[in-house]
Design a binder for this molecule. Structure first.
Ligand code: NAD
Length: 254
């Protein structure tokens, strides 16, 4: 088992890629701290893990709120004594070309997707620094590099996460903490379904268009990204530092 006895915090793991990763990490021996804004969804992930014989607890927290994130970290340290893995997965979508985006909508996306990475890192890092060990995985997107029609705020945040990942690696390598980023292509999750439903008159046509953008000719599945997250969380990636890992069916070449 690749994560035996590890304590892993996964933000936004009540759904989609986060839920799939939580299940996989638990299967590989980790005790998973499932975080989500939505308690019902987070509890569902914990139930799924327990039914499969794994170990998990749910901690509700809003990754944009310092007090909420600090309380999550304090609770995990009190209960388990350490955090080995932090997977900053929580994120929201933002639709519109730049001139169409309202300032408040822009701030909402930046808040969840960038501040929501900054805060968990800020409160977890001192514990990892003290132990001189840790793996942090930040959720970026291949959109950070190649864009996607009418996704200005989202692309900006995922670019920021990629830059922050590299910057963090520069600052924390001396503490033996590895920080890497995931860059998925289009993965079929509730996040994408919602985006398609609200942004296109004909979601089926939009799905076909998204499939064509990827050399694979298909959309990815949450498990595809979960396996990459597992790799970055485990010692198998011990020589990867500040790296972008693409799980995009070749979208960057499409
Ligand atoms: P999802 O909507 O299925 O899951 C995201 C979860 O994050 C939800 O359960 C939601 O409640 C939670 N969340 C949102 N705001 C939160 C907050 N403030 N605090 C705590 N939890 C919060 O989405 P998904 O498709 O699984 O995406 C997960 C991550 O992967 C996101 O960061 C997304 O940007 C990124 N991503 C997704 C795709 C894709 O195609 N699905 C591609 C590239 C990157």
């Amino acid at each position: 088992m690749r994560l035996n006895n590890k304590i892993a915090v996964i933000t936004g793991s009540g759904s989609g890629i986060g839920q799939s990763s939580a299940l996989l990490f638990a299967q590989e021996g980790a005790t998973v701290v499932v975080n989500d804004l939505q308690a019902e969804k987070g509890q569902e992930t914990v139930e799924l893990i327990k039914q499969a014989g794994g170990s998990a607890v749910f901690v509700q927290a809003d990754v944009t709120d310092p007090a909420s994130v600090q309380a999550l970290v304090d609770q995990v340290i009190a209960q388990f004594g350490r955090i080995d893995i932090l997977f900053n997965n929580a994120g929201i979508s933002g639709v519109g070309a730049l001139h169409e985006v309202e300032p408040d909508a822009w701030d909402r996306v930046v808040n969840v997707n960038v501040r929501g990475v900054f805060l968990p890192c800020k409160y977890v890092l001192p514990h990892m620094m003290e132990r001189r060990a840790g793996a942090i995985i930040n959720m970026s997107s291949c959109i950070a590099e190649i864009g996607l029609a009418r996704r200005a705020s989202y692309a900006a945040t995922k670019g920021a996460v990629l830059a922050l990942t590299k910057q963090m690696q520069v600052d924390y390598a001396q503490y033996k903490i590895r920080v890497n980023a995931l860059l998925p292509g289009t993965i079929m999750t509730p996040f994408v379904e919602n985006y398609l439903r609200t942004s296109y008159d004909d979601p089926e046509e939009a799905i076909e268009g998204l499939k064509k953008r990827q050399l694979s000719g298909d959309l990815g599945r949450p498990e595809d990204v979960a396996r990459a997250a597992l790799f970055l969380a485990s010692d198998e990636s011990s020589f990867m530092m500040g790296s972008p890992l693409y799980i995009d069916g070749g979208a960057v070449f499409g």
